[in-house]
Design a protein. Structure first.
Length: 68
């Protein structure tokens, strides 16, 4: 019975498609994890830049108001 199971090839195509789909899913998860890290880093850098720009604007406005 086991030998018959090993010789049967009807399900071979379906198994290949399942393995292909699994490989695509794994690749998608890896790509998503990498993209998440890159986006998080870019967001952090943007946030820091906005904070620094805000401090500079506040400083300039305070100096101008002090002149009045």
């Amino acid at each position: 019975m086991f030998k018959k199971f090993l010789k049967e090839e009807k399900a071979q195509g379906a198994i290949e498609y399942i393995l292909l789909a699994g490989g695509i899913i794994v690749a998608a998860v890896v790509i998503f994890a990498i993209y998440k890290q890159i986006a998080q880093t870019a967001g952090t850098q943007t946030n820091e830049t906005v904070k620094l720009a805000g401090k500079e604007v506040n400083k300039s406005v305070s100096e101008e108001l002090a002149k009045l």
